[in-house]
Ligand binder design. Sequence first.
Ligand code: RP5
Length: 163
Amino acid sequence: MSNKKNPIVSIIMGSQSDWESVKPASKILEEFSIPHECKIISAHRTPDRHKTFATNAKKRGIKVILAAAGGAAHLAGVTAAHTPLPVLGIPMESKLSGLDSLLSTVQMPSGVPVATFAIGGAGSKNAALFAIRIIAIDDSLVAGKLDQYIKKIEKAVPEKPKE
Ligand code: RP5
């Protein structure tokens, strides 16, 4: 999951039930050898754990936080309220198809930003790739891997549709 170096990306999720949808984020970060951590932290079920995490993340060397939550999904917003770090919100599938999670995450009132991604696994993967793009700004090794990844995606798309 995370390698031996100190993590620079934190992935937090509201519940164990989010993990399947969050895994693609961890997988991509592993592919890029980005030291990261994955934690279950709920803004409402574990408020003290959440506050300790969010207020200390920057001091611990974290650069970007991915926050995945479903339903009345306030995890990303409350996290952004406690830290100046970029917070990437991932809405989880829910009993209302994740639309509730999406709107809860994306509709931040003015002043406290949360970058919001697609619902579920695709959003998780893209949030991780976005974190990688942020890290690549001043890390030439990661930037090089990102260029390769982008080329690989392009090559994987056939020019003509199969019959
Ligand atoms: C949110 O409530 C979690 O992020 C999860 O998506 C949702 C449901 O949690 P469980 O009841 O499955 O633990 O806080």
